[in-house]
Design a protein around this ligand. Sequence first.
Ligand code: AMP
Ligand code: MG
Length: 496
Amino acid sequence: MVHRTMPRRTLETLTFDNSYARLPGAFYAKLNPAPFATPPYLVSFNPAAAELIDLDPEQAKRPEFAGLFSGSMLVPGMEPLAMLYSGHQFGVYVPQLGDGRAILLGEVRNDRGEKWDLHLKGAGLTPFSREGDGRAVLRSTIREYLCSEAMHGLGIPTTRALCLVGSDDKVYREQIETGAMLVRMAPSHVRFGSFEILYYRKQHEQLRVLADYVIAHHFPHLVESLDKYARFFSEVVERTAKLIAQWQAVGWAHGVMNTDNMSIHGITLDYGPFGFIDDYDPGFICNHSDHNGRYAFNQQPYIGLWNLSCLAQALLPLAQKEELKAALDRYASLCEGRYMELMRAKFGLIETKEEDASLIQDFLALMQLHKVDYTNLFRALGRFETGSVTPNELLREFFLDRESFDKWARRYESRLREEGSRDEDRLVRMNRVNPKYVLRNYLAQTAIEKAQQKDFSEIDRLLTLLQNPYSDQPGMDAYAAPPPNWGKHVSVSCSS
Ligand code: AMP
Ligand code: MG
């Protein structure tokens, strides 16, 4: 008997709604996407995201698919709009931002009752484009497409990516590039800045409308609470703290943690100049426009708190200051606590001991001193052997000064023995939390350069690989390699 397990919606039966479009006009500008001037073509399609909206992956083969997801056709129920928000950019309040090059097409509800926003990035000018051209380039959409799926594969909350549509339209950046559109999916695209703009414009009634909307749609368990706004904030604090702990544990920097890029769902949002750390450097700055290192890797936990305090400020008209403050006060221990849990797991430790923090810190310090690859060393650490006569040659190889590693290894070994750790079991556990493959900049760059020559195969190869980053994939070892010399200096800025 054939079981029908595949999603089954077609482009005709994919039903759209747009609850955001029913909110007051102060929250958005309604407008249609502006299609490319040249014929669009499908660059990549992600069946895993299609499944979330019950869309039959076969639909991607239809010639009209690329047109539909690059704005040349609308489906009934779509009510496209650009969302309005503001935000603190590099610490400075910018009174009006908004979707300057993205359009919310509408929402699709799947058979499990989950609502997914479909957002088209690169969809043309909007009233919020300021001096921008409303477009996104192929290069940056490939980065976002691959990284959001890589993060999901790693188990890190994130927006998802349905497909990437390319064109031959010229787009002017530092060089002439081509325009592309990305269909991004999220429970909603409401940001901290969506609240900030209403607060600073003193539209406090609208602020309440937005909070009620968000709570009703996304935090329904709070609807009946008397202190629902404070509780909503408290949940955002919790989710953000845990999200950032995951970024820190995997060695990933966002690059532009402005409050307009912070999701109220605690998911990773707006991929720009992000980067995974190769050689461990806690001060890693992935955004080459970030001259002061405000968004350096090791600043992210503090910036998370700073951004949450901006959101707290915006919620002052709705909740007691003391309640908001109490929620903020929980952030540091939530973030640190989650980080320690994740790090213990990366070291294969089961029990919690006082000395773990220094064991972990000293390992990171060694890694930094010896410029060791973060991802590869953790993956290799799973093979640490307790009680071996020639101890851990594989691991010693990573360090120039092997004796300082040996010294640390003796402490690690005795820590493992204390909890009766067995090498084989620990390896299995550690391989589940220490990825073999991450989206290193040079891997993305190779896919981009091929795609710019109209060869999209590398995008699909990386997509498949990164959706399973914890499994050894046959023939793919080269993709776990640290960057070659040219790939160490791929410079990424906000202009994308
Ligand atoms: P981002 O750095 O991508 O988060 O963007 C920050 C703000 O600039 C948002 O309001 C974007 O919509 C806007 N923006 C970025 N690039 C463009 C562009 N090419 N055209 C219009 N607006 C843009
Ligand atoms: Mg943004």
